[in-house]
Design a protein around this ligand. Sequence first.
Ligand code: MN
Length: 588
Amino acid sequence: MKYRLIENSINDINHFVKTVLTNRGINNIEEFMKSNKEDLEQNSFSDLNNIDKGVDVLFKHIEANDMISLVVDPDVDGICSSAALYNYLENMIVEEGLPKINWDIVTHSGKGHGLSDDIKINSDTKLIITPDGGSNDFKRHKEWKDKGVDILVIDHHIVDKESEDAIVINNQTSNNYKNKSFSGVGIVYRFLQAIDDKLFSFNADNYLDLVALGNISDIMDTSDYETRYFIQQGILQENLKNPFLRILVKKTGVDVGSDLERYIYPIDVSFKIAPLVNALLRLGTVEEKEKLFTCFISLEEELSTRKGICKETINTMQNYKESQDEEKQKLLEDISNIITEEDLRCPVLVLDVTELVSNPEIIGLTAMNLASKYKRPVILGSQKDKDKANITGSVRLNNGFPDQEFKETCLNSGLFGFAQGHNAAFGFAYNKENKQKLQEYFRKIYGDTVLDNEHIVDFIIPSVDKICGSDFFLIQTYKNLWGKSVEEPIFAIEGIPFYPMSLDKLGKKEDTVKYTYSRIEFMFFRCSSEDLILKMANGLEYDPTKQYAINVVGKLGISTFAGKTKNQMIVDDYEIVEVKSDVEDFIF
Ligand SMILES: [Mn+2]
């Protein structure tokens, strides 16, 4: 295992926040911390183009009691956007004594977004609203407009021009709106503020929980002050208003320990809530997606009669997530069985898994796992069309792979049909006959040796007694700060005395290993049967007469279980080394 400090890291646990934020490139720490509590950017709803037109057209159709189609986009931000708008308007018609809204709720049957072909809109509709999507659907806008139907787009996706046939409210097309990293539900929130302004009401803030959920799930840049402010507000206890979200947080066992201010941390939304909701939205039926939306728009009093639906929906999500994980796990095992010596001699793993893949959706996820397992870039693809010789799929790089221009390196080989996306994650196509040539090319470029994974860490702690309980407490206190672009700090702790007898196996599959030392629980999740730590937990591969130490890289915090708190490290990587007892030699 290799690791090194982030360049110029002051590596000072006594200045924890300063060290981490400086490492993230944040220079004005005072201002940054202020942005958690204050909307420093001060964008206003009136900075968004067409917002008044949007409010007017909505009221025109509500007052005329027309049918209104609400197109629910199939991701977490999409659900949050539609739910916030729906819930706000349902509350508004009661408060304002307006007629009941004649809703047509539309969900996608496939993977489409906006006004794609996989939706059915009621032909009696007079207004179509597409929150979190649809800016690009120029042709559809014209078709509906020609039928006399109005279209209201409330979106944040990048688009070349504003549609001529729809009312488009989008921060990307609004020059005056400075924050370009604000998600769909953020733009919906501004739209609700515009209605508040018209009605002299203050109801938009009742949906801050959904604003946070959507922005985190859509991986918006949290170094943007506005996005940051709304995320930090939306995770406060006092702003948890959505009854289903409350149940979801409880049922999924998301834990903020003794934090009384917040009900969830952004990193837990990313790892525990969003993947569940997305699994259902990717694999679920139209009916299941409709039920999910029903859950998000249910009022507290309705939930008592809809308890069944909520429970069922959460079960469905968990089942889909599990089957997605299992499918990925099975594919990983199948792939391990077909990898040849020849493949492993190459510093880049080039794999054609045509025979193994039934669901291309999990290729990217699987490539990521393979890259960290084999500690090298993975080019994972399959032949989609038997008549074409093209292998297509996903490339993922292992953490710390030194070639920052890997995509360019691939293209320079002249062997790829295309390579598109980010440097660390991109799609590709190459001719099936070229696999060996590719391996030869990479061997020539990088040499025969496999490049080692190098972890880039914020802190190196040279001995476990250099970190104490109050450090863990402090680290936990700031857990709410981390998100996209302001990532959670990574620690290396060196030379921890290691006694394999103190290892415990946990979990249904017994693939989690816990090592307790100096009142710290070191957690090793999802160990494979090849993991040395799991072998040692099974009493294998260690010599009881020898002394060992372990070096670990991972994240620190406090876990709470049944009211008891424990100092904890979630271990990303480790190495176990034999310690020569020089001390005795010295004494005798
Ligand atoms: Mn979105």
